[in-house]
Design a protein. Structure first.
Length: 429
């Protein structure tokens, strides 16, 4: 019996929600270890649709949810989300939700700076969610973040806010944006502090206890490897590490606790925000995929850019992410296409290359090299076994496995939880 860590292998929105929900029903504890409320998971359970941004998906299954120290927490966004899902009948209290007392907070200054900087970037904007994620992580490594535990110490909060506001107000003023007073931020925090502190605890200690007791832990990644601040399409990335290795440091457990790494990949590719996307389709096929796949951002409502499956990108994500197996999602969206292409390499300035370059100029000039295969006319939606899949769809999945050099251990054929073909139970690995 093992723990499982789930990560995205493309640019996010791979359909992690459904897979995590399915795995959560087999776990005891579900842990978020990076990111913040820039993430968006939609879970469909019977008649209910849950939209989660910051809360771990396990809460929907009545499991313990954990927000680790690697997450950046906007306390007001968190409380709004707790109130919303509580109204839908979920039980969220200090027994079911544990939040690391050392998690850094996202404050109103962070959102303001995120948005002001994006506006100032003009053509080079990143397309962030505008939720202050980048500035909050910057404060963490710059050692000026306000952490949850600081809320219990008014004198600490006081001097830390002075330092933080000196930095942020200087930047905000320079960008022509409104600045903040200490009183404003203090009042904003005071409103939320007692409730937030009631969930705060030494998460590392509780997880260690759980591990010793043999409880199954699911680590739920947000965003994806191509948005990883080290391994993604920098600078068009998020500000956290999104690879599986970070589940350990972002939760406070040792690396051996990570267990089976399940990478989630969509049967095609999407991206929200700016940045390179070699296989992006600007034609009717791209529009059809977007419409059929309901490719609109959960958090910002932006249309997602759509394109063919990029095997070069996913192979790299599997390697740096330490992926043990892939869950391939949304295969049914490709039903009925005459032909389907897979990117198997790139061309850069007339040369063939089989990896994505690091420099932004080269990233923009890269052209995909495709392998094209016949599509299938039958429907794969709702299939629950290999036998129900058309031969051509099976060939497509097998070709992806070969190209990314990782096995497909799970196939998802609709948003419904049971429309899943399981080759291997990651928890039994
Ligand atoms: P940030 O995380 O708000 O700083 O945004 C940085 C980049 O990551 C932007 O391109 C966002 O669109 C993208 N991003 C952040 N979170 C997600 C997500 O959950 N799904 C897909 N893209 C995301």
């Amino acid at each position: 019996m093992s723990n499982v860590t789930v990560i995205g292998t493309q640019w996010g929105d791979e359909g992690k929600g459904k897979i995590v929900d399915w795995l959560a029903s087999r776990a005891d504890i579900v842990v978020r270890f990076q990111g913040g409320h820039n993430a968006g998971h939609t879970l469909v359970v019977g008649e209910q649709v849950y939209k989660l941004s910051l809360l771990p998906s396990g809460l929907v299954r009545g499991k313990v949810g954990v927000i680790g120290n690697g997450v950046v927490v906007d306390p007001h966004a968190l409380m709004t989300e707790i109130d919303r899902v509580s109204a839908q009948g979920l039980v969220v209290n200090p027994e079911t939700l544990w939040i690391a007392e050392s998690a850094p907070l996202i404050l109103p200054v962070h959102g303001a700076l995120d948005r002001a900087r994006e506006a100032a970037r003009g053509d080079h904007k990143i397309g962030t969610t505008g939720r202050g994620i980048g500035p909050a992580y910057e404060d963490k490594v710059a050692r000026r973040a306000i952490r949850i535990c600081d809320l219990a110490e008014p004198e600490t909060l006081d001097w830390k806010l002075d330092e933080l506001l000196l930095h942020h107000n200087t930047l905000l003023a320079g960008l022509g944006a409104d600045t903040f007073t200490k009183e404003e931020i203090k009042a904003w925090l005071a409103e939320i502090a007692p409730r937030l502190l009631s969930f705060a605890c030494p998460v590392w200690d509780r997880l260690d206890e759980a591990r010793r007791a043999g409880r199954r832990i699911l680590f739920e990644g947000a965003q994806a490897v191509m948005l990883d601040v080290d391994h993604g399409t920098y600078p068009y990335v998020t500000s956290s590490n999104t690879i599986a290795a970070v589940a350990a440091s972002g939760a406070g457990v040792g690396p051996s606790s990570i267990g089976f790494v399940l990478g989630i990949a969509k049967a095609y590719t999407t991206r929200v925000g700016e940045g390179p996307f070699p296989t992006e389709l600007h034609d009717d096929i791209g529009r059809t995929i977007g419409e059929r796949g309901h490719e609109f951002g959960t958090v910002t409502g932006r249309s997602r850019r759509c394109g063919w499956f990029d095997a070069v990108m996913v192979r790299r994500a599997c390697r740096v992410g330490g992926v043990s197996g892939i869950a391939l999602t949304k295969l049914d969206i490709l039903d009925g296409l005459d032909e389907i292409s897979i990117c198997t390499g790139y061309e850069l300035d007339g040369e063939k290359i089989n990896f994505f370059p690091s420099a932004p100029g080269a990233q923009a000039r890269v052209r995909p090299v495709y392998e094209t295969m016949p599509g299938w006319q039958e429907t794969t939606a709702g299939a629950r076994s290999w036998a129900e899949l058309p031969a051509q769809a099976i060939k497509y999945v097998r070709r992806i496995e070969e190209l990314i050099e990782a096995p497909v251990t799970l196939l998802s054929t609709s948003p419904e939880r049971d429309d899943t073909i399981l080759m291997r139970d990651p928890f039994e690995d």
